[in-house]
Design a protein around this ligand. Structure first.
Ligand code: SF4
Ligand code: SF4
Length: 101
């Protein structure tokens, strides 16, 4: 098992570790930017100030370590733009760039 730090294009560090060929992500939230309309509901209601608005006006996960995976943001988003991941979720290598924070 190899541990490492990666930095997203928004400067948010995310811890990752590899198990064999798969990358296990420590990120708590998957943001589906194509669905986000930047309404700020999730940002306003997150009790731990995990979310913020990015330069494109859409939500970003600015403080992933503060997330408690309570799923409040996922339930409140009217456009199904957020998915709270399990702690042992595995990154999809075919995932489109830009569909995440
Ligand atoms: S509640 Fe949904 S649509 Fe509104 S900012 Fe958050 S992710 Fe985007
Ligand atoms: S799961 Fe809870 S703590 Fe994490 S970003 Fe959503 S509302 Fe905030």
């Amino acid at each position: 098992m190899v541990h490492g730090i990666v930095t997203s294009d928004l400067g948010v560090e995310q811890r990752q570790e590899t198990r064999g060929e798969k990358v296990v992500s420590k990120k708590p939230i998957k943001v589906m930017k194509e669905r986000c309309k930047g309404c700020d509901i999730c940002i306003s209601f997150c009790p731990h100030s995990v979310l913020n608005k990015g330069p494109d006006g859409k939500v970003v996960v600015s403080d992933p370590d503060a997330c408690r995976r309570c799923k409040l943001c996922e339930h409140l988003c009217p456009d199904f733009g957020l998915k709270v991941l399990d702690a042992d979720a595995v990154d999809d290598p075919d995932e489109e760039a830009g569909s995440d924070d």
